[in-house]
Structures are given as structure tokens and as C-alpha cells.
Design a protein. Structure first.
Length: 311
């Protein structure tokens, strides 16, 4: 399959996220009948995780799916290309910068457009509309942030899901501008790669998408029927058992259940699985309510104690 005939999806991961990626990929494959070429850019990856990713790809045969695993040491790559360049880690990792330099990392792949996705998402609905946006994107496309901390910007895109025209990035010298910002304005960056994308690219060049393609309120007890991409932002990742339980978390475990069945070559009846998990959610709702209430109380007490000690 030529890259020009495929929808290119890129993940930038390390071993902390690689073990969960097969669940996300399974949800993508279940909701798409179009050709997809996955590019897994990793700094570290578990052998078992890699095996699961490959096997989940082979479990679906209704379209053509390809995959490339590409090791990336972004710090070494950039410091070898640019003089006097020093990359600052983000919570001990440099992987967050990979998305900024896709046109450098994928230079030899002859790719024009990519969908860059965080590894903490699942697909809930048919992907054909997202791929329509993919084909219509000539610059960069994403969901504008609604958070009040970004209110000073006209259009500030969330970097969790972006459609990027790599030719466009080359035309505006994005790599050089990003490197300059990292070198000279790093202390101004609150969300490094997201800030750089939004500061370097002018608002009039940004294309936008509906919230359906990057639903970030994973605390909702009801997810809109036609939400395409559910994004588990923040610390409450669905695989973290100790964190809050809600409807969005149940949806992730449903996707994991289906993915694990597919890995065993067991075809599932999705209607029955949906009924089963809805039933479980109803049964365990009182338990979820108690657990979440306890966690909220613990959090409130910790904040009070911290404030008391500071005084």
C-alpha cells in the first residue's frame, strides 16, 4: 500500500503508554473501513506491548492496515542538527517534543498529511468524517481550547489530536521557528509542544474541528451519541484503577475487553457486549458513587491540611 493511498496516523509514545495502545488501535480499526498506515514513534516500548499492537492489527482484515515502528531519540536528533541547542525535559521525558518535529522524523517517508493522536484516546463512532477532514486539511487542524486559561488567544488548538500538513510546516519553516522558541523562550512555555504550535502558527492559518473529534470531558456521566474521539486528559487515565470511576472509564474497559477477545481471535457480538457493560455500570453505580465520594473527601482534606501547614 502506498502512503498516498492511506490515512496516516502517528502516535508518539514510550513504555508508559505503549502497553495500552493496542486498546486504542483496536477501537480505531473497529470504526474504520478505510486504509490506515500507523507510525509508532517511540523512545521506549515493551516487547509485549509491541506484540499486542502487531497482533491487534492482524486481527482485523476488513481494510488494509500497515505499521512502522520508528525509534526516536529526539534530544539526540535535534542537538545533532542545531548548534548550541539544549532541549529541556518535560517531567523527565523528551517525548513530548516528537510531535513538533514530525516533518523531520518522517522526512524519508514521503508523507504529506498525518493525524497525530495522543495515546489516551478511544474511538466511539465511525471515523469517515475525521478522514474527510484529513483530506481537506491544508495547514493544521485541531480543536480550539475552551479553558479560560487560554482566553487571551483567538484560536488556541489542543495538541491531543491534530491533522498536520507536513508540506505546510516546511513552507513556514516550522522546525527552525520551534527550535528558536525552545532555545530562547522556553521559560514562557506552560505546555511546551502545544504552546509552540500555537505561537508559531498564525491564527488565520489554523483550521478547526468539532468537539466530536476530541471530547476532553471524560468526567461526563453521559457521552454524546456521535462523539467520535474520547480523550482522557489529565491524570485520571482510564487504566488507573485507583482513580475516579465513571461512564467514560467503563467505555475504555469495554474497548479493552473487545481488544483482548480479538487478540484471541474471538469474534464478539458488540451489541451483547454493549448490553453487558451497561448492566455492569448500573449494578456497580452505587459502589462508584461511594468510591468517588471517598476520594473527593480525601482530596479536600489534603488540600485543607496543606493550606493549614502553609499558614
Amino acid at each position: 500500500m502506498s502512503v498516498s493511498s492511506a490515512n496516516n496516523i502517528v502516535f508518539c509514545i514510550n513504555s508508559n503508554f505503549s502497553k495500552y495502545l493496542y486498546v486504542q488501535m483496536s477501537s480505531i480499526l473497529r470504526h474504520s473501513k478505510e486504509n490506515i498506515h500507523f507510525y509508532i514513534l517511540y523512545s521506549s516500548i515493551d516487547d509485549k506491548a509491541k506484540e499486542n499492537i502487531i497482533n491487534i492489527l492482524n486481527s482485523y482484515n476488513h481494510a488494509k492496515f500497515d505499521i512502522d515502528f520508528i525509534f526516536v531519540d529526539i534530544k539526540k536528533l535535534l542537538e545533532s542538527k542545531f548548534d548550541n541547542f539544549r532541549l529541556r525535559s518535560w517531567f523527565g521525558s523528551y517525548d513530548i517534543y516528537n510531535r513538533l518535529f514530525l516533518n523531520e522524523i518522517l522526512k524519508e517517508k514521503s508523507i504529506k498529511t498525518v493525524i497525530s493522536m495522543d495515546a489516551d484516546m478511544i474511538i466511539l463512532y465511525d471515523l469517515s468524517e475525521l478522514f474527510d477532514l484529513y483530506r481537506a486539511t491544508k495547514t493544521i487542524r485541531g480543536l480550539p481550547e475552551k479553558n479560560l486559561c487560554f482566553k487571551q488567544y483567538n484560536i488556541y488548538l489542543n495538541a491531543g489530536l491534530l491533522i498536520l500538513d507536513l508540506d505546510f510546516l516546511n513552507q513556514i519553516n516550522f522546525t527552525q521557528k520551534a527550535v528558536h522558541m525552545i532555545n530562547n523562550e522556553k521559560n514562557k512555555l506552560l505546555y511546551p509542544e502545544q504552546d509552540i504550535i500555537n505561537f508559531v502558527i498564525d491564527d488565520e492559518l489554523k483550521q478547526t474541528m468539532s468537539e466530536r473529534f476530541n471530547e476532553m470531558d471524560s468526567n461526563k456521566n453521559f457521552i454524546e451519541e456521535k462523539t467520535v474521539v474520547l480523550h482522557y486528559v489529565g491524570r485520571n487515565k482510564p487504566w488507573r484503577i485507583s482513580k475516579s470511576w465513571n461512564h467514560a472509564k467503563i467505555l475504555w474497559f469495554k474497548e479493552k475487553y473487545i481488544a483482548n477477545k480479538m487478540l484471541k481471535n474471538i469474534i464478539v457480538d458488540e451489541r451483547k457486549v454493549d448490553i453487558y457493560f451497561k448492566f455492569l455500570e448500573i449494578i456497580f453505580y452505587p459502589f462508584f458513587f461511594v468510591i468517588n465520594s471517598i476520594r473527593y473527601l480525601q482530596s479536600t482534606i489534603k488540600k485543607f491540611v496543606k493550606k493549614f501547614r502553609n499558614n
